[in-house]
Each structure stands twice: as structure tokens, then as C-alpha cells.
Design a protein around this ligand. Structure first.
Ligand code: ZN
Length: 241
């Protein structure tokens, strides 16, 4: 069919003109009365470091993609509920929701970075079976599965980029955990533990401005890469004649 290339091109042009901007929500973990982990270095608190890191990540994303819409779930040291955090991502139709944390372990002996996606929650929410018909239920289930796959994809990209700057030996992998902040997000959502703040070796490193910038750049690179891959997939899907 001779018209085929023209139609394909027209479809592509149409979709390109409607290309989605990169919309990102960066969530600095904890805040206000919720202090988070206490660091190996006296007086260091997770809530302050996650905010500083979130600002750096925003700067790096905007440097790479000036057209991106990047929002933080808090701009200062205040308490924000988990629902308020995810609502920002849900309301803006975010491309990605990234919650930033720093870790602690009972014996302070652990080191490394890990990224979580939601897992182990109910497949069908309480009351949902009554509220929805069988087809709606299947569709809701498929949407959740698709979102989890997207989140796992984002998590894997984050781990790869962090490994480039922090060393693959510290890569603790992508894990699943029933974090509420991930469960309520209607966007690809991950929770990143960038390192162990309470560890005598790693804690002080996380306070180093150069290390913080490396981590921020790695996270920004990962988010921008994820956004580009997602957009490319969308273009391929919609460009089919
Ligand atoms: Zn935390």
C-alpha cells in the first residue's frame, strides 16, 4: 500500500506534537517531627539530607531537561503525610515518583544502596470486589501489574546509574516492600535508599558535597533515561498504522 509511509509519518507527527513533557515528583523522605535515621556523624539527620539531595536532583534534571516539570513533596523541614506526597504525583499525572531515603541498620554494619518497588500488598483492595464488576476488576488488576512493571524498570535504571558512581560492589539490588508511599502512587514509583547514614564509613561519605552531587546526577540521569524510554515506547505504540 503506497499510502502507508505517509500515514505512518502523519501519525508520528501527530503524536510528536502531543509529546508528553517529563513530569517528576521527588519526595524527600521524612521531615518535621519525623526525623528519619540518625547519622554516624553526631547531629546528622536523614530528613535534612533527603531534602538537600532532592533539591540537587531537581537542579540536575532541569539542567538536562529544562522543559521538565519537577516538583518536590516538601520544600522545607515540615511534616507531610504519605497520602499528601503521593497525591502530588497522582494529580499531575507524573512520569515518575521517586522517594529519597538514607538507610540505617541495627548493628550499623550495613553499607550500599537499594531501590524498592511496591510489593506484597493485596491484589484486590478491601471492598473493591463489591464495588466493581468482574471486568473492571480484571482491568484494575492489569493496570496494577503494568504499573509495577514500569516501577521495576525505573528501579533497575536507578540501581545501574547509582552503581556507576558508588561502585557495583555496593549494589544491594531492587527489592519489594509494602511501603504505603509507593502503594498509593498512580505513577511508576520507587523508593531509593542511597546509602547507610549510620555506618561509620558510609555515613560521613553521604555528607560529602561531591558525593551528594554524584548521587543526584545519577538519579537525574536515571529519571531522564526512564522518561525517554517511556516516551519512545509510547511513540512506537501510537505510530502503528
Ligand atoms: Zn527513610
Amino acid at each position: 500500500m503506497r499510502l502507508y509511509p505517509l500515514i505512518a509519518l502523519l501519525n508520528l507527527v501527530t503524536v510528536r506534537s502531543a509529546a508528553e513533557p517529563l513530569r517528576v515528583v521527588i519526595d524527600p523522605g521524612h521531615g518535621g517531627s519525623n526525623l528519619g535515621a540518625a547519622g554516624a556523624v553526631e547531629g546528622t539527620l536523614e530528613k535534612r539530607l533527603t531534602l538537600a539531595l532532592a533539591r540537587l536532583v531537581r537542579d540536575e534534571i532541569l539542567r538536562e531537561r529544562p522543559d521538565a516539570d519537577v516538583r518536590l513533596t516538601r520544600e522545607d523541614d515540615r511534616f507531610v503525610t504519605l497520602s499528601q506526597r503521593t497525591r502530588i504525583a497522582n494529580d499531575m499525572g507524573a512520569t515518575a515518583f521517586v522517594s529519597l531515603h538514607m538507610n540505617a541498620s541495627p548493628d550499623r554494619g550495613q553499607r550500599g544502596f537499594e531501590t524498592y518497588v511496591h510489593g506484597a500488598g493485596p491484589v484486590v483492595e478491601p471492598g473493591e470486589s463489591q464495588a466493581r464488576g468482574p471486568v473492571d476488576e480484571i482491568l484494575a488488576d492489569l493496570r496494577r501489574e503494568a504499573m509495577l512493571a514500569e516501577s521495576a524498570h525505573l528501579a533497575a535504571i536507578v540501581q545501574r546509574h547509582l552503581g556507576d558512581v558508588l561502585g557495583p560492589a555496593r549494589d544491594r539490588g531492587v527489592k519489594r516492600a509494602p511501603f504505603d508511599v509507593l502503594h498509593e502512587a498512580r505513577a511508576p514509583a520507587v523508593l531509593v535508599e542511597v546509602g547507610f547514614l549510620d555506618n561509620a564509613e558510609e555515613g560521613p561519605r553521604l555528607l560529602d558535597g561531591r558525593v551528594q552531587r554524584d548521587i543526584a546526577r545519577a538519579l537525574a540521569d536515571a529519571i531522564v533515561e526512564f522518561g525517554a524510554r517511556r516516551e519512545a515506547r509510547r511513540l512506537v505504540l501510537y505510530a502503528q498504522p
